[in-house]
Design a binder for this molecule. Structure first.
Ligand code: PEP
Ligand code: MG
Length: 538
């Protein structure tokens, strides 16, 4: 039995087989070959495998995000079968006697350049698709592809690290636990694991070794340990622990339907954080009173190109309709820093966390902002919508946002689009915003404190950097004072104030937040019932 230790980001016990996830190798070697027939067969086999994967991806996307969004995988299948693409690859193998990887790489580069030179914007966008299918083929050919869509059964993922763009590809019903070598408790992968309610370990001293693939393991999210090839005694002990945890969870069920009210009678709005439509069921199952943070950027991360107004409208409408009148706060696009999306083609930065991200992108790329706002306001007719804007640092930004929002609303009104009443709020996640919260409050309906970023910027500790964990104190007095100041200033100007960062679920602080006068706490769905119990004890 092998035991490895990590930092737990969600409690629970998972038992299952390991799936070692490795990033596909993109480097291509150029080799002269003698057996062209064998090389052609190798290419055909890789193509067949890629085609099978794309078909599966199409079905999965159709199920998860709808037919229109799934079409991209249909396009990929057509490109993979394209005559010119195939003739170019087989020509390089047969005539130039080059290896298949190199033939695919060269063809991909040439065709992508051809698409990029076209006038039509849609055709230019196909360059990314050509790169995508070529990368897929190359990673199959050089044997470095471990494809998450090929997971046969629910598994424990072991990886070096996972970028948000990688985590979104996993079929969530097939994840038992996530164990990574890197990562930090506030990284988006950790947040995602919490949203999915699965035990997860980060900064684990585990080797990302292919030989672990398929082996039995137990992840103990209470003790922060993973057991590989557990012995019988450990298995019995862990099964017992899992049973107890399940029973504990079952006990919390009695909190369902109860009011989230303190001993002195103050009602706290207990909302949930989600990353997509698929998480709404967990909100309802856990009796969430609303959604306090819908991280809309995950919709963008799941796509290979800018999601259209229609795709976004359908997604927002679906969440609002499912929530059936309960409040849904959707945060506008918050990419940049660790959430990188290739098709945005963002410049490389020295300090991405302090760089071009979130509202800064929306205010400078207004066409992207307009599409999202149009989709949001169109969806507002289907429920109770709040919109909030991330990474605010000034009154000027709010004024510019509100002016743009008015423009978009006017445009929609002229098109006779029905819209509902929408609350507008901002995230308080920079020390600047907290310190001038008295100046910001008169301009908004609500504040939502993003403690993940507020902590990182206040303490000057990168939330992604695990080696600084010893310096990181989430209960630092500076953070708590900024929260207190923000709540007081919101109330002074008639705005309400909530917390949607991970600190909102820190039960050691619940009483203090209540004392400070917090109006709302928005947490991962799995924490809802426990937090309700805690608030009722306050
Ligand atoms: C935060 O910063 O606390 C927050 C909720 O936003 P995110 O974690 O998505 O940056
Ligand atoms: Mg944030």
């Amino acid at each position: 039995m092998i035991v490895r230790e990590g930092k737990s980001v969600f409690k629970g016990v998972a038992i299952g087989n390991i799936f070692v996830y490795k990033k596909a190798e993109k480097a291509v070697t150029k080799e002269t070959i003698s057996d062209t027939a064998a090389e052609l067969t190798r290419f055909e086999a890789a193509k067949e495998k890629a085609m099978g994967q794309l078909k599966m991806l199409y079905e999965k996307a159709k199920r998860d995000v709808g037919e229109e969004e799934a079409m991209i995988f249909d396009v990929h299948q057509m490109l993979l079968d394209d005559l010119d693409y195939n003739e170019s690859i087989t020509g390089i193998i047969e005539n130039d006697k080059m290896n298949a990887e190199y033939a695919v790489f060269m063809t991909g580069e040439q065709m992508a350049a051809m698409f990029l030179a076209m006038e039509d914007e849609y055709m230019r966008g196909r360059a990314a698709d050509i790169h995508d299918i070529s990368d897929r083929l190359i990673s199959i050919l050089n044997g470095t592809q471990v494809s998450p869509e090929a997971m046969p059964e629910p598994v424990i993922i072991v990886a070096e690290d996972l970028a948000p763009s990688e985590t979104v590809q996993f079929d969530k019903s097939k994840l038992l636990a996530i164990v990574t070598q890197k990562g930090s408790a506030n990284s988006h992968t950790a947040i995602l694991a919490r949203t999915m309610n699965i035990p997860s370990l980060v900064t684990t001293d585990i080797e990302v070794d292919q030989s672990y693939h398929g082996r039995c393991a137990i992840v103990d999210g209470f003790a922060g340990q993973i057991y590989i090839d557990p012995d019988e005694v450990t298995m019995v002990k862990m099964k017992e622990k899992k049973k107890k945890a399940d029973e504990q969870r079952a006990l919390l069920q009695e909190m369902k339907g109860k009011e989230t009210v303190t001993q002195s009678g103050k009602h706290i709005h207990l909302y949930s954080n989600i990353g997509g439509i698929g998480d709404v069921d967990a909100v309802l199952e856990n009796d969430g009173e609303g959604i306090g943070l819908f991280r809309s950027e995950f919709l963008y991360l799941e796509c290979d190109n800018y999601p259209s107004e229609e795709v976004q409208f359908e997604a927002y409408k679906s969440v609002l309709s499912k929530m059936n009148g309960k409040k849904v706060i959707i945060r506008t696009l918050d990419i940049g820093a660790d959430k990188q999306i290739d098709y945005f083609e963002l410049p490389k930065e020295e300090n991405p966390a302090l760089g071009y991200r979130a509202i800064r992108i929306c205010l400078t790329r207004k066409e992207v902002f307009r599409t999202q706002l149009r989709a949001l306001f169109r969806a507002s007719a289907y429920g109770t919508l709040g919109i909030m804007f991330p990474m605010i640092i000034s009154v000027k930004e709010i004024e510019e946002i509100k002016q743009f929002v008015e423009e978009v609303k006017l445009e929609l009104a002229r098109e006779n689009v029905e819209m509902g009443e929408v609350e507008l709020g901002i995230m308080i996640e920079t020390p600047a915003a907290a310190v001038i919260s008295d100046l910001l409050a008169p301009h908004v309906d609500f504040f939502s404190i993003g403690t993940n970023d507020l902590s990182q910027y206040t303490l000057a500790i990168d939330r992604q950097n695990q080696s600084l964990d010893n310096f990181f104190d989430p209960h630092h007095e500076a953070i708590l004072r900024l929260i207190q100041m923000t709540i007081e200033n919101a109330h002074k100007y008639g705005a309400w104030c909530g917390i949607c960062g991970e600190l909102g679920a820190d039960m050691e602080l619940t009483a203090r937040f209540v004392q400070m006068g917090i109006d709302e706490l928005s947490v991962s769905p799995g924490y809802t019932l426990e937090l309700r119990k805690r608030i009722r004890e306050c």
